[in-house]
Design a protein around this ligand. Sequence first.
Ligand code: HPA
Ligand code: ZN
Length: 340
Amino acid sequence: MTASDVLSLALGMPKAELHVHIEGTLEPELAFALARRNGVALPYADEAALKAAYAFDSLQSFLDLYYACADVLRTRDDFRDLMLAYLERAAADGVIHAEIFFDPQTHTARGIPFATVLDGLDDGLAEGARRWGISGRLILCFLRHLSEDECLATLAEAEPYLARIHGFGLDSSERGHPPSQFVRLFARCRELGKPVVAHAGEEGPPEYITEALDLLGARRIDHGVRAVDDPAVLTRLAEEGIPLTVCPLSNTRLCVFKEMREHSLPRLLAAGAKVTLNSDDPAYFGGYLNANIRAVHEAFHFDAATWYRLARNSFEASFASDAEKTAWIARLDTYFAAAR
Ligand code: HPA
Ligand code: ZN
């Protein structure tokens, strides 16, 4: 197989996406359309000016813009349109299942009711399933720059809607906001019977990964790419089969790694970690899942077996039922068998 055959194979694979923030899929075109529709002013003259601001030097420099742009999201239809736009692009990249983060506190803090956000996102998921056959679930993320008490209040607001929330996560500014600050919050999430994930080891140290596992009961680690800085943490992740939702373009755009060739992805794979590939905030970081696959292909030239492993990991690491996982993996196997 030539390198370009391997790339085509990887781009066309059926796969799951497990780390994407719906607010991070807000493309400049939609942001300006919603700004006009809602009579909201964005702090940029036009789409080109907004795109020119996508030059980040850290997670925080990105988050500042990400939260500012979210201000255009006001109505149930806005959230529906945002979700549909993501699902259309994801489906075009071969994504057949997505576990999608949403940040309700970004919206409730602006006076948007929790139900407006959730209803709109669910409208989009239902329409996406009809149009493209894509399966989607929501994971509610708490903002770690806020206090644990504020997050507990958000959890109380979410409790009437638990059937529509698949799991809970932790995102936003990592440095200075360790998982240990949210022990009570995540104990409550687990009591409610939901799987828990957490961003850890993106900009923060490997100890935050250990805290997320031991103190929060995280079942997957979002990013986790700094695990390579502590061999004991990396060995543990591999031995326990804890999935890492790695986002290569995000990590290079936010300067976690200077360039793709320096990314820890090959070291994580070599250590036997259960890695998945994801797009994080694709509107801001240069593309959706297949753009990440292209960038990884160019830097590392993985073989077909590695791409198969990454796609298979994405299904195995999902929070779907065993029956769903088995069916998706059978689809993946059929795809690879036909390509041989
Ligand atoms: N890290 C932390 N918080 C986030 C991210 C991220 O990559 N994207 C959106 N919120
Ligand atoms: Zn993220």
